[in-house]
Design a protein around this ligand. Structure first.
Ligand SMILES: [Zn+2]
Length: 194
């Protein structure tokens, strides 16, 4: 049985999914959170760093953590162009709150200089992570970004990155690269609980 531990990193969360000593780290937070994440990972042998998507608030520490923890980086290939710049995939919002968050996010993206890295594992819908010592699989959740993925932990817990958001209230992603695709992914998540 794999367990999920949340590491709070400001507005985003990172997660450690572990089974005994073996663990994967999901998302990496912003630079300010590097020490917190390293500390949380200490009790484990981190076998893989998974990015739910490559926006800087989730991926900024990927290069450093890969080196510190000695773990490869895994993500969906459709987000690779975001490593260079988070402006490489357009982002839109419709609702009022979404527009406010969008403008703040775009400012943050333009300030962020993410340290370049090359993912060594590409994940897609249906991939199984048992070879990394935990019972989990990958769910494709495109829409927020083209390569957004979620991690289904033993059919009990689902880590969705920004495919769903919970800033002031839980909602589908308020920012999206493709609204229709994003909504289909949100429906897919709802269907998983049935
Ligand atoms: Zn995002």
């Amino acid at each position: 049985m794999s367990t999920v531990q949340r590491i709070k990193c400001g507005l985003v969360n990172c997660y450690i999914v572990s089974d005994g000593d073996s663990a994967i780290l999901i998302d990496t937070g912003k630079k300010d959170n590097l020490d917190t994440v390293v500390e949380a990972c200490k009790p484990y042998k981190i076998k893989l760093i998974v990015l739910t998507h490559a926006h800087c608030d989730h991926a900024e520490n990927a290069a450093d953590l890969s080196e510190i923890l000695g773990a490869p980086i895994a993500m969906h290939k459709d987000d690779v162009n975001l490593i260079e710049s988070n402006n490489n995939q357009s982002l839109s919002a419709r609702v009022f709150l979404g527009k406010i968050i969008l403008s703040a996010s775009l400012k943050e993206f333009s300030r962020s200089k993410m340290k370049a890295f090359t993912p060594s594992v590409f994940l897609k819908d249906g991939d199984d992570l048992t070879e990394y010592g935990i019972a989990a699989k990958v769910i494709g959740l495109p829409g927020h970004t083209k390569g957004s993925i979620g991690i289904d932990v033993g059919g009990k817990e689902l880590i969705v990155g920004d495919a769903l958001m919970n800033m002031f209230y839980p909602t589908v992603a308020m920012l999206y690269n493709d609204e229709k695709v994003m909504k289909d992914s949100a429906k897919k998540i709802t269907g998983l609980g049935e």
